[in-house]
Design a protein around this ligand. Structure first.
Ligand code: SAM
Length: 216
């Protein structure tokens, strides 16, 4: 239950240097992997963007403990590397504005999110109208949201919700080609590797956080 989750009243009250002991200072988390599972994406992106702080959110305690152990072991094996990734156990559907300032994030990742197939369970999908406004709030303008799933119905659901939201637009195929992260969405994570083993399909959709027209 949620009473197990510790969360700050405000992002500045959280002790970020615990998560990134070698890199504390003025930098803030810029990449967020929502429902990071076993952490494969963080481990892949860490050396690609060594200056950016990245955080995985994971609700399952055993899984988040595993990711933490994995990162600590990598830091011991490669003392100059993997200082920019960390994991936090929390419910990403509830506390994001407690952890991140408005406009803080450059990238958010939703890789193979739980599909919640039954209609009565759709409200548990991590992409929905209400949560998209929260994601838009913590994303920087021009920030990017990456999604991939093997479930066609969920892919279509995510596309419709992002396209209907006034603060997001979908990136074109051409725009995707120049982004080195795209190819990493398919195989970096444990779930992506499982889908490959089962010969599943993979559907990618990427969106940009556009600027707030009403602002000025
Ligand atoms: N992204 C990973 C991958 O590609 O391997 C994991 C995919 S797995 C199907 C979905 C993950 O999201 C699970 O590890 C689950 O525990 C986590 N999750 C589900 N709901 C969550 C929530 N509300 N907050 C944080 N994590 C959540």
């Amino acid at each position: 239950a949620d009473h197990c989750f510790d969360y700050p009243a405000h992002p500045d009250e959280y002790n970020w240097s615990n998560l990134y002991p070698a890199l504390h200072g003025n930098s803030e988390v810029e990449f967020l992997d929502v429902g990071c599972g076993y952490g494969g994406l963080l481990v892949t992106l860490s050396p690609m963007y060594p200056k950016q702080l990245m955080l995985g959110l994971e609700i399952r305690v055993k899984v988040s403990d595993y990711v933490n152990d994995r990162i600590q072991a990598l830091r011991v094996q490669h003392p100059e590397m993997y200082q920019n990734i960390a994991v936090l156990r929390t419910n990403a559907m509830k506390y994001l504005p407690n952890f991140f300032h408005k406009g803080q994030l450059q990238k958010m990742f939703f890789l193979y999110p739980d599909p919640h197939f039954k209609k009565a369970k759709h409200k548990w999908r991590i992409i929905n109208k209400w949560l998209l406004s929260e994601y838009a709030y913590i994303l920087a303008e021009q920030g990017i949201v990456y999604t991939i799933t093997d479930v066609k119905d969920l892919h279509e659901w995510m596309v419709v919700h992002f396209e209907e939201h006034p603060l997001f637009e979908r990136l074109s195929k051409g725009e995707l080609e120049s982004d080195p992260i795209i190819e990493k969405l398919y195989e970096s994570t444990e779930e992506g590797q499982k889908v490959t083993r089962n010969n599943g399909d993979k559907y990618v959709a990427v969106f940009r956080r556009i600027s707030d027209k009403w602002k000025d």
